[in-house]
Design a protein around this ligand. Sequence first.
Ligand SMILES: NC(=O)c1ccc[n+]([C@@H]2O[C@H](COP(=O)([O-])OP(=O)(O)OC[C@H]3O[C@@H](n4cnc5c(N)ncnc54)[C@H](OP(=O)(O)O)[C@@H]3O)[C@@H](O)[C@H]2O)c1
Length: 314
Amino acid sequence: MRAIAVSEYGATPALMNLPRPEPGPGEILVKMIAAGLNPIDWRIADGMFKDSVDASFPLILGQDGAGVVEAVGEGVTRLRHGEQVYGTFAQEDRGLGAFAEYALARDDGPVAKIPEGMIYTHAAAVPTASAAALDIVAEARVDAGQTVLVVGATGGVGQGVVQLAAREGAKVIATARDDMAGTMRRLGADETVDHTKGDLNAQVLAVHDDGIDAVLDMVGDTTATEVLAQLLRPGGTYVSSVWSVNPDSMEAQGLRGVNLDSDPTAELLDRLSDLIDAGELRVRVEREVPLEGTPDALAANRAGGARGKTVIRV
Ligand SMILES: NC(=O)c1ccc[n+]([C@@H]2O[C@H](COP(=O)([O-])OP(=O)(O)OC[C@H]3O[C@@H](n4cnc5c(N)ncnc54)[C@H](OP(=O)(O)O)[C@@H]3O)[C@@H](O)[C@H]2O)c1
């Protein structure tokens, strides 16, 4: 089968011909129709998990995908042959991932039925980013009347965070360059600040001189996080999707700091499906590429400037 894989950590992702996996007991084989690209895909290729996971090479990249159940292993009871499913498919220890014509998942794993009427290219854009967005807003305990700053709001996770925080009744300030300010407002942001036009703290304090309640950050390093945390009122919360928070240091300042470790489950996917069905969460597909265009799409995501999700047509 055709797949996008790396021969070793640090190698450039490339189109390869690799054996089609067979479903073992409790597993389903999914014929992939579309796959969703996330920053973690090129981070894994770089070797993000090299000290914690014994990966098998060639390592097929890709977390998120959507397709049709092609075969089921012994003991599978939840999902059936022919069912349309979406979810996360990466199994680094077996060299398997979503950027391939076929992928494996556990019947009790992070895979769910695609909601009625949702197309594969849309479903594939959902799992990792939208699950993280849901988890971030839950971790922050965002509440009606609070003011929250979303940093990295224009990306795949950030767009979900803006919508879900606004849905809780929070006043949302979203970072955005000029070209995305209108989109951010349409997704529910009350205000935007441009991270390329001077000091973010000064821009926020110009409107909220008594500070804000939460920073939901998809970008900042430790130094940027320490600076942005100065915007928080006593008791405020900082959630980072990039592990830039020092929870002890936050606690010493009377703040709550959380580093997100999102792990999509079938139940979480079903909740996302319900939110999407209800029109309360929109996932914006920015770009669709063929499987062979994946290496370039990964390089483009690394270079920055995402305006929504990139989806691979397998
Ligand atoms: N911990 C977890 O469980 C978890 C789960 C999912 C994702 N993540 C991580 O969360 C991060 C975001 O993921 P994503 O899928 O949303 O990425 P993405 O789609 O590539 O989007 C990144 C966005 O950040 C914006 N940005 C870059 N620098 C910025 C800055 N200094 N200030 C404000 N905005 C800035 C970019 O816009 P411009 O280029 O226009 O500035 C872009 O829109 C990634 O690092 C990902 O690995 C973690």
